[in-house]
Design a binder for this molecule. Structure first.
Ligand SMILES: [Cu+2]
Length: 379
């Protein structure tokens, strides 16, 4: 299926048929691509159609600098450079190293962890460019279903040692995330990720076109940090050596980049709303723990899971459900929950996240792996 040249091949499939007219208007001519990339693409040069072996799948994944095949003009574009190194001072005085994707259009983003969100709408053609800095990386837009060549999973496509523009067109609204997929276990832990939000075609303010409207939007992204992993090499563990990546002993616990000593009040974590408003919290478990979350005093209506909205007329079998106030719910790495709260009384509603070891079930760091915040509701 993927034999032959990537550029200028006949288009096929239902998706392409549907937007053929549009694409022909948009086509960018051969060679005007992402700038400096290889345009003489043979899919056999990548892992899309290459011969899979331990060597190319794990140890020496193909790293390249291609042009985007079948590139068309985008509705929205992003440019992310990584890995960018930053340090965050923890409450015990330690400077902990993180890697992020910095937004090339805003230098402030170089100090931000998690990386800045990517926000797009259903139906838009999106260009998400990676500029590899220091070694090779990728961007995997998790939950979007692009072509294999654009999926950013190096093992089945390629890693990027210079620049590549990922092209995709999201079909469903929902909460996703993007992350580096090179030596993923390590690079994700180091911080190479951010939210990827797909709004309906009508834009932010509702989860579906004309349905599931919200007034307040917030993000909760629990994460945990093992300082020992900061000493590992970029490619640690890829070539059969035992780098100890199965041993994870986190010492710091964060929500949306804020350490748990400050999450109770911090404006990036605490949620402010008024009685009568609908609050949407987009929750991503970016830790390597089983995170057990309890919200006191407020029912949570789960209106989305793992990048799909519940109650979408296209999937009538998947309906929203309620987590009663005070009842914990658990998520594991990479899981997402879109939560609606509809407070009817003013107050401060306590939110507690416990980070449990996935093997022993114990709360990490001898019970210290806990982060709290509040939903503050005014009359
Ligand atoms: Cu990376």
């Amino acid at each position: 299926m993927s034999k032959g040249r990537g550029r200028g091949r006949g288009r096929g499939g239902r998706d392409e048929d549907r937007r053929r007219g549009r694409d022909e208007d948009r086509s960018e001519s051969s060679g005007s691509g992402s700038g400096g990339g290889r345009s003489d693409i043979e899919f056999e040069d990548s892992n899309v159609a290459g011969n899979s072996s331990f060597d190319t799948f794990s140890c020496n994944v193909i790293d390249e600098n291609f042009d985007t095949p079948d590139r068309v003009r985008p509705d929205r574009r992003f440019s992310r450079a990584g890995a960018n190194t930053l340090k965050l001072e923890m409450s015990d005085g330690e400077d902990i190293e993180f890697w992020n994707f910095k937004d090339d259009d805003d230098s402030d983003s170089k100090d931000e962890f998690p990386s800045r969100p990517i926000r797009v709408r259903v139906g838009e053609v999106v260009h998400s460019e990676i500029k590899g800095e220091k070694n090779s990386h990728t961007i995997h837009h998790h939950g979007i279903n692009p072509t294999t060549f654009n999926d950013g999973v190096g093992h089945t496509s390629f890693e990027v040692n210079g620049r590549y523009t990922y092209q995709f067109q999201p079909r469903y609204p929902g909460t996703h995330f993007y992350h580096c997929h090179k030596n993923t276990v390590l690079h994700f832990e180091m911080g190479m990720y951010g939210l990827l939000i797909v709004d309906p075609a009508s834009g932010p303010g509702s989860l579906l076109d004309g349905d599931l409207e919200y007034d307040v939007e917030a993000f909760w992204i629990p994460d945990d940090v093992d300082p020992r992993w900061r000493d590992l090499n970029h490619s640690a563990g890829l070539c059969n050596e035992d780098a100890g990546l199965n041993v994870f002993r986190p010492k710091y616990f964060l929500i949306t980049g804020v350490e748990n000593t400050r999450t109770r009040r911090h404006r990036k974590v605490r949620v402010d709303a008024r009685v009568g408003e609908t609050v949407l919290v987009r929750f991503l478990n970016a830790s390597y723990s089983v995170v057990r979350t309890t919200i006191e005093g407020l029912d949570a209506e789960v209106v989305g899971t793992d990048g799909r909205i519940l109650g979408d007329p296209d999937r009538p079998w998947a309906q929203p459900y309620t987590i009663p106030a005070g009842e914990p719910f658990e998520t594991v790495s990479a899981q997402r929950r879109d939560l609606f709260f509809r407070p009817t009384e003013p107050g401060e509603y306590r939110v507690r996240m416990e980070f449990h070891d996935w093997i022993t079930g114990e709360i990490h760091d001898n019970g210290r792996g806990v982060a709290e915040t509040v939903i503050r509701v005014r009359a």
